[in-house]
Design a protein around this ligand. Structure first.
Ligand code: DX5
Ligand code: ZN
Length: 225
């Protein structure tokens, strides 16, 4: 069974002084809202954390896709699940027992996601797919929005898709970084079925319309349009 595409706008590219309105602007169009948590340690950038997620949660019913770019996710990630996040993704590079953390997150009520940064090979993690709901393949180096999409990262997407097919796994394969109208189709053809888009959505004059366009392109490339 082919799944329809998930479009997850990243609020990193939105106006932080109007976060509630920015999230409401994508209601009815977005599947998830992607929340980039950066700690100025795992990545050089610093964004937002738990109190903002807790407040924003009350402003919308859209499921939250929390992307933790932080060190020590074992310590911090469960609170995001408890705050009502739909999916909580932590980085492979920051975690020495991803299966244990995935189990903890599921027990805390969220889906569990593992992120693979630009310089990390995916092969060692293919064994872990049965314990995960989401695998996020970075198509840039994690840390900043607005970077150029790296098509060579799609080999990792193909590897995951192949393994998921062979083992009949239900897992969302998410791509993050430089996803826009001119890159989403190749990501979908490689096997991605969840698409984070910051600049391409919030940089557009009409964010909801930008989402619909991305969804159409992805669905056609996935053969589910
Ligand atoms: C960067 C973040 C991304 C970022 C993507 O580390 O993980 O989610 O917001 O931004 P764009 O879509 O502009 O590349
Ligand atoms: Zn992200």
């Amino acid at each position: 069974m082919e799944l329809s595409p998930i479009i997850a706008p990243s609020i990193l590219a939105s106006d932080f002084s109007r976060l509630g309105e920015e999230v409401r602007a994508i209601e009815g169009a977005a599947d998830w809202v992607h929340v980039d948590v950066m700690d100025n340690h795992f990545v050089p950038n610093l964004t937002l954390g738990l109190p903002v997620v807790q407040s924003l949660r009350k402003a919308t019913a859209i499921p939250f896709d929390v992307h933790l770019m932080i060190t020590d996710p074992q310590r911090w990630a469960p609170a995001y699940a408890e705050a009502g996040a739909y999916n909580v993704t932590f980085h492979a590079e920051a975690c020495d027992d991803p299966v244990a953390l995935a189990k903890t997150l599921r027990a805390a009520g969220s889906k569990a996601g593992l992120a693979i940064d630009r310089d990390t090979p995916v092969e060692p993690y293919l064994e872990l797919l049965p314990y995960l709901d989401t695998i996020l393949i970075m198509t840039i180096k994690a840390g900043f929005g607005g970077q150029a999409f790296m098509p060579e990262m799609l080999d990792k997407v193909r590897d995951v898709r192949r393994r998921a097919k062979v083992n009949n796994l239900e897992i969302r394969i998410e791509v993050d970084g430089g996803i826009a109208a001119d890159t989403i189709e190749q990501a979908a053809e490689a096997g991605a079925d969840a698409f984070v888009a910051g600049t391409a959505v919030y940089g557009a004059a009409d964010p909801a319309e930008a989402i619909r366009k991305l969804r159409g392109l992805a669905a056609r490339a996935m053969g589910v349009a």
